[in-house]
Design a protein around this ligand. Sequence first.
Ligand SMILES: Cc1ncc(COP(=O)(O)O)c(C=O)c1O
Length: 473
Amino acid sequence: MKKPSAVTLNALHIRQQPVSVTRQMAAALPGLRALAEEKGLKIHHLGAGYPHPEVTNPRGYIEHKEAFYAHRLAEEGHNDPDAVSDLLREAYNYTDTLGPRGPREAFASVYGNDWDVVMDPDRLIPTVGATGGINLLCSLFERPGKPVAYVTDAPTYAGFLARASLYRGAEIYSVDMDGEGPVVERFRQQIRAARAEGFYVPFYYTVPDGHNPAGFSFSGARRDAILEVAKEEGVLIVEDAPYVYISYAPDGERPKPFVTLDAKQTVHLFTGSKIGLPGPRIGFLYSEATLRIENDEAASLTDLLLTESSGDILFQNPEALRGFEALLHDERMELRESLWPVARQKLLIYRENREIMMNGLERYLGEFPEHFAWTRPEAGFFTVFTFLGDRVRTDDAFVERLVSEYGVVVIPMYDFYPADARRRDANAGFNQLRLSFCFSESEGEGRVRDLTEAVKTFCHAARVESGLPRILG
Ligand SMILES: Cc1ncc(COP(=O)(O)O)c(C=O)c1O
């Protein structure tokens, strides 16, 4: 058969983007799974960063949303339950770039209360998850067509790297981290280095709570220090916050999000994916920043981003936003004071999973501190596991062997280090794995059993691959 002819696009300078390791793993998994199953091995999931099926049952979400619509129908004065309320009509109609006001007002009230911040509902821009917020920001700063440098952590969130690198004029300047967060002086140096190279530096992107993939939260003191530098240098902090409610720290001991410290210096990205469900793609971007733009004018970042958003999605999905508004109301359809009661149900599962992971690692590997280390996450879904000796290199071949020889699925860390971090240290991340404890196919007792087994099998593999005694029994 004749091959279809290719449309020539090279004149447009479109470059093939590398496929991320997470996507490569997902593509390789069926083959590796078959190989493992041929050997009679069970597959153990410590790779996927998905919310657990036990806390993302859509049935409850849908029922609650329908009760919310019914309640509003009654409030509108309809006696006939089959009548179409104004709310329902509006939910399936065109809206505008800000979407309906109700969900923004409800969110500003509940979130503002939980995090002790006054939020203006008119500054809340709905986004397609946190991903949509990242997209809007990158899109805005790409618009002048000039070289842009983004400062971020080494390692950093793969979705941010994927979006930022779509623009040819973008360069990443990454900041190495220690146990408390990004190294403050390195942060300042990277901003200055990027400027010295002729780049415009709009923001520093980070995930301060339950960092994905670094598996820890920044200390309060480090947040203060980073904020100070950001202010001095005139750089925004983009705070991606999917895990603020997936928090294992006791009440009163949670470090404050950047947005509560200074909303004029911060862009906060909220997502409904972890506290609600990921499918409806709910997110809100919030900032009180003002930017200096062309002709030395000052413009509100919200206004600039709204223009960007109206050129992008133009209309919000009002039905999805109303579904989220429903979640912000309790069973009596009163506006919640807090989202913590919703989070607590999820935390029952995630906290137990985290304990299984931490206890398993300690039990089977704790006696080899010179060989292994791991982070103790205060929030989120991940711990970073480090091989301290030089016997193990956590490259693709190693990760594939963990699946085919032991049935254990994990994600290697090296791909989360931006290119400049790997230029500084060619081995960056090649002694680390990201272990996730958020997901299993089973629920209830099956979940506990499967995760316990998964951690034990991983520890066994880590020991054998490091030349240490196998786990007996
Ligand atoms: C740091 C980070 N940002 C963004 C996302 C994507 O979130 P959303 O579903 O809101 O687009 C994730 C999801 O795992 C994440 O870990």
